[in-house]
Design a protein around this ligand. Structure first.
Ligand code: PEP
Ligand code: MN
Length: 360
């Protein structure tokens, strides 16, 4: 797929002076709930009102959405508040109904993007319409699969496109519900600078108190907008209760976020600098995380050495590591002096860790 300016014209045409904001509940629950939240969001930066009608749940037996009935409620939202609407579609039947009820924008969920069959079915059902469609990243961190889904829509003639970054699932437990893997979003933007990229901090964090920080990182990385799950009574929401925020907190988040617009040369320079710094922050966090993991393995080795009564320092092994890393470093443009200094520091920390374990 090529980078095409036409993919973002729907967003440029909105001439917003702030990032695009999509907000509303995870799920449409009742007509009162849908309308109440919409009215509370009416006079804010919110551009599109979201509500899931068909809910893809990981395990059966949970609330799976109100179905087509909810589309009538979304129509009412539009009539009563003037907000544009958006919902998730996961098959051709959903597309047909969403078009019938004139939902303004559709999104494709993470569990659908993984399936080329589903993506093709949705693309075929949308062919010939001028709907705006946002494609969430697949649950697994696979950039080609994500782009492949978007490409299927583009090839079917859907030109108003965008992507939503909602994080990736991992076996490993982390502080995130779905880890952001910001590197991938950065690569995505470098390849397709004209494809609008929206961040969904709700599904990345799974926790409402982390939403602000993830949103700020996304804006620093030049994302075009945010999709934030919003509910008037988050704790009693029928799905994703822990991550939803109230309309008032959403408005506060929007006020507190530092939004960087590129207007003149000075701000453009600052914007670029901030973006690059945000990329460095992402990598620094990864470096610390990786070093922490390395030391945990060292601790385990310390335990083994203690059992066997072996010395902490094994110079053969150490010289072998150094030799390999100097070569690797050379390939990455790092000087031998730097690699040596860095590995000496890492090695020392590792020895300290092991000695602590052995002497414990
Ligand atoms: C949602 O937006 O409510 C949703 C189900 O998201 P995802 O597809 O990212 O899990
Ligand atoms: Mn949700």
């Amino acid at each position: 797929m090529e980078n095409k300016k036409e993919m973002r014209s729907w967003l440029d045409d909105m001439k917003l002076d702030h990032p695009l904001v999509i907000a509303g509940p995870c799920s449409a629950e009742t007509e009162e709930q849908v309308l109440r939240i919409a009215h509370e969001l009416k006079d804010s930066d919110v551009n599109y009102y979201r509500a899931g009608i068909w809910k893809p749940r990981t395990r059966p037996g949970n609330f799976e959405g109100v179905g087509a009935l909810g589309l009538k409620w979304l129509q009412k939202v539009k009539e009563e508040t003037g907000l544009k609407t958006t919902t998730e579609v996961a098959n051709a039947a959903h597309v047909k109904l969403a078009l019938e009820y004139d939902v303004d924008m559709l999104w494709i969920g993470a569990r659908s993007t993984v399936s080329p069959f589903i993506m093709q079915e949705i693309a075929d059902a949308l062919a010939g319409t001028d709907k705006t469609v946002l494609v969430k990243n697949p649950v697994n961190p696979d950039l080609s699969l994500w782009l492949g889904g978007i490409e299927r829509l583009y090839t079917a003639g859907i030109k108003n496109l965008g992507a939503i970054h909602r994080g990736f699932s991992t076996y490993e437990k982390t502080k995130y519900r779905n880890i952001p893997e910001w590197q991938m979003a950065i690569e995505f933007q470098n390849k397709f600078p004209d494809l609008p990229l929206i961040c969904d901090p709700s599904h990345i964090t799974g926790k409402r108190n982390m939403i602000f920080d993830v949103s700020q990182t996304a804006l620093d990385l030049n994302f075009d907008g945010l999709m934030i799950e919003t509910h008037h009574d988050p704790d009693n929401a029928w799905s994703d209760a822990a991550q939803q925020v109230t309309p008032d907190s959403l408005k506060q988040i929007m006020r507190d976020l530092k939004i960087r617009k590129e207007t003149d040369e000075e701000t453009e320079y600052k914007g670029k600098l901030n973006n690059l710094r945000a990329q460095i922050d992402v990598i620094d966090n990864q470096l610390i995380g990786t070093l922490g993991k390395r030391m945990k393995i060292s601790d385990t080795i310390g335990g083994l050495k203690k059992q066997r009564n072996v010395a902490v320092l094994q110079s053969n092994r150490w010289n072998e590591i150094l030799g390999k890393m100097i070569l690797e470093g050379e390939r990455e443009g790092l000087s031998e002096e730097f690699v040596l200094k860095m590995f000496k520091a890492i090695h020392q920390e590792s020895i300290n860790h092991q000695e602590k374990v052995i002497n414990a």
